[in-house]
Write a protein that binds this ligand. Structure first.
Ligand code: ADP
Ligand code: MG
Length: 731
């Protein structure tokens, strides 16, 4: 069997004949299968639970990690020694500060656990200093022009709130230390630093809010996050035969197979043996890393899947999601597949998102977005919800900017994804309650039962009305919000951080409001009602319970003057608007320079990604599409010529060659056009981005149509690139 699959036929032969790579669950010494609890978090070192760290040190360290007090080298040395011992026993030879620069991925640099004693004896060692801080060249990471090489020093700083873990690469094992990445002037050069700031600011303001309204026993509040991850899997043979997938992560063109997702037979369908074996191994590896993978299933599109974890504290969830993405990719290869995390790998079928489930929970374990069974809880719940609505109302455009990527541009507003208009879904019942509170009237639910918010009706009502809306970018789903417009390939840290900052902003105003009202002697339940009226009254324009995919909503949203920033360059403008981003500065989550850096990095990233797409496209048209078309043309020409020699008329062949020629000429012309336009683009990155989005992307979409027309008329055997049919169905 050939292993050389650089064209469609070879690739198909390899893919069809593969034996599923079975994954076998490990057994213990007694020969019994291991249970999840046997290996859960076996590759994680957490000083909070490690038995090799003295109790007193552990308690101090926990206190330090919660309060941000300065960590002494003495304590760090104890942890460093313990983790070195722990890791060395497990075959780990190197350690690495693991961080998330603004590349969208994670970064690492390995150092051996190697030092020498005074008499030159080699020993395993990680010093306190090496644990706490590392140094790296910040100018080589995306920095939006904010770092010149002469001030390039960047530092990685140990994040005490996210446990260390072992990364396995073949036979190599590396101890990863989660770190923040900052400059000499403590400027955040990564995703984690502002996220950590936002979590602690949200904690402070939400705790203050609860204390003010009488929940005095609450000491802290954390944002909780569960990131559902969608992805595609295709056989590796097809992947490597499609330069566009390798270079850009998506198919730049491709004719949709007759059957795709119309029958809704893939969603929650039976998971095939091959895929299940992959998922089993993925869950196993995630569990060993202490990542609580919970749900797995087939998604809507053929070849599309989803994994969802049990939610965790925001920072940990963000780190976990980075590892989930990395492991999906890695384990897929073990099964001779490639995972595609792009937001829109195949046109015409569903793209992939990452539903960012978000809520807040206090130190007593109460979910603040859970309606309760007594009046105070209900008022608190409605108040928190109204705060979030107001946060969305004020900061929709900046939130939209946090999910703006070239990949997500193909998804937002397409028929299966939330639109680029940011709105919130509450459902009829909750909206009814808010409207009733706003107008001072009592609300009658459909059961014709008056709602006085006095008893536990709200909890019942919500339970009975867990209506869903898949078309909303920001949907309330019973006890949490689901930010559904986030792209599948992006780190959740940035949207999460801005969401936290937006809510913190409104909480700050709420706290002032409550204090002032209480001073006037108004009772707390009435203060809460006043607060709910204030925020809901302000923000009801962003509440939309209807079909977010419909054209009517686009028109309605315009009437409500909601922004509809359809593409990345438009959406990113919000990050340049000082008034719009002021809340991030005010809440201390990002400094003006840091916002500027992010804006520049995102614009540049958009441009570079699009440029790669365009040059890949031009090459593919010339090296694959046109040559296939030419081969067919020659076949037709030969047939016409021979038939003429024997006096047979060749109507069909002539018709085919005419339409083939027309399409080829168009394609050739448009491709040259695209190549010239890209050469002439302005060097100013923002104007360049706008031109790419407004002019070049539409042309490349046109080119894709022409390629698809050719794919549809050219004989199957002459088409050298894997088709959607192959990639989505031959596995
Ligand atoms: P749904 O049926 O709405 O999809 P699930 O319970 O299946 O709800 O949860 C979907 C995702 O939401 C999971 O990743 C889960 O961990 C997360 N999630 C559930 N509750 C919360 C919460 N309070 N805060 C953050 N995420 C949550
Ligand atoms: Mg969900």
């Amino acid at each position: 069997m050939t292993k050389n699959y650089n064209n469609r036929g070879d690739a198909a032969r390899v893919a069809i004949q593969r034996d599923p790579n079975a994954f076998t669950m490990p057994k213990n010494e007694k020969g019994q299968f291991c249970k999840i609890s046997d290996y859960y978090a076996e590759n994680v070192f957490d000083f909070r639970t490690s038995k090799s760290i003295p109790e007193s040190v552990r308690r101090e360290m926990i206190e330090i990690s919660q309060t941000g007090r300065l960590l002494t080298e003495e304590y760090a040395a104890i942890v460093a020694t313990a983790v070195t011992e722990w890791a060395s026993q497990r075959g780990v030879t190197h350690f690495s500060h693991w961080f998330q620069p603004l590349t969208g991925g994670s970064a690492e640099k390995h150092d051996a656990f190697l030092a020498f004693t005074e008499d030159e004896k080699p020993i395993e060692k990680l010093s306190a200093k090496q644990l706490i801080q590392g140094e790296s060249d910040a100018s080589s990471f995306p920095n939006g022009g904010s770092r010149t090489t002469f001030e390039a020093r960047g530092y990685t700083v140990w994040d005490l709130t996210s446990p260390m873990f072992i990364k396995e690469r073949g036979n190599a094992k590396i101890l990863c230390i989660p770190t923040a990445f900052i400059s000499y002037y403590a400027e955040a050069l990564d995703v984690k630093t502002p996220l950590l700031r936002s979590l602690s600011r949200l904690n402070a303001e939400a705790t203050r809010f609860l204390n003010l309204i009488g929940d005095k026993e609450v000491k802290s509040v954390m944002a909780t996050c569960g990131a559902e991850q969608e992805y595609f899997l295709i056989d590796k043979a097809f992947y490597y035969a499609r330069p566009d997938l390798v270079m850009t992560g998506r198919t730049l063109f491709g004719s949709l197979s007759a059957k795709n997702q119309q029958l809704s037979d893939h969603y929650f369908g039976t998971v095939t043996e091959r895929i299940c074996s992959f998922m089993q191994e993925l869950d196993y590896e995630l569990h060993r890393l202490g990542i609580p993978a919970k749900t797995r299933h087939n998604e809507v599109a053929p070849g599309q899947y989803e994994i969802a974890p049990i939610y965790r504290e925001g920072n940990l969830a963000a780190d976990h999601n980075q590892l989930v993405m990395a492991l999906i990719r890695k384990i897929a290869k073990r099964h001779d597949m490639v995972a595609i995390l792009h937001e829109k790998p195949f046109k015409g079928i569903n793209g992939s998102g990452k539903h960012l489930n978000w809520s807040m929970s206090d130190n007593l374990g109460k979910n603040l977005l859970e309606p309760g069974h007594e009046p105070h809880q209900n008022h608190r719940f409605l108040a928190f919800l109204s705060v979030i609505l107001e946060a969305l109302n004020r900061h929709a455009e900046v939130l939209r900017a946090t999910i703006a990527t070239h990949g997500n541009d193909h998804r937002l507003g397409a028929h299966e994804a939330p639109p680029s208009i940011i709105s919130a879904y509450l459902g009829e019942s909750l909206t009814g309650i808010y409207e009733a509170i706003l107008s001072g009237a009592s609300f009658s639910p459909s059961a014709k039962q008056a709602l006085d918010l006095g008893a536990d009706q709200l909890a019942h009502l919500m339970r009975d009305n867990t209506d869903r809306n898949r078309t909303s970018p920001f949907a309330f789903t019973g006890n949490k919000f689901e930010f559904r417009a986030v792209g599948s390939s992006q780190p959740v840290g940035f949207p999460l951080c801005v969401l936290n900052a937006a809510v913190t902003d409104v909480l700050m105003d709420s706290n002032e409001f409550i204090e002032a009202e209480l001073k006037k002697g108004i009772k707390i339940e009435e203060v809460l009602i006043n607060l709910i009226r204030k925020w809901y009254g302000n923000s009801k324009r962003i509440v939309f319970n209807g079909d977010g995919y419909s054209q009517e909503w686009v028109m309605e949203a315009e009437k409500r003057s909601l922004a509809n920033n359809r593409n990345t360059p438009k959406a990113l403008k919000a990050l340049k608007d000082e008034k719009a981003t002021q809340f991030m500065v005010k809440t201390g989550v990002l400094r003006p320079q840091e916002i500027k850096t992010r804006h520049n990095v995102l614009v540049e990233r958009y441009n570079r990604c699009r440029e790669i797409e365009i040059s890949t496209f031009v090459t593919m048209v010339r090296q694959f599409v046109l040559p296939s078309a030419l081969n067919y043309k020659l076949t037709l020409a030969e047939a016409i010529k021979r038939q003429k020699e024997i006096g047979v008329d060749s109507f069909t062949e002539k018709d085919l060659i005419r339409s083939l020629t027309t399409t080829m000429d168009f394609l050739y012309d448009q491709t040259n056009n695209l190549q010239n336009l890209i050469k002439d683009l302005e060097s100013d990155e923002e104007r360049r981005a706008a031109d790419i989005a407004e002019k070049l992307v539409p042309i490349s979409e046109n080119i894709a149509k022409l390629c698809n027309e050719l794919e549809e008329i050219i004989p199957d055997e002459l088409w050298t690139l894997p088709k959607y049919y192959d990639m989505l169905f031959l596995n």
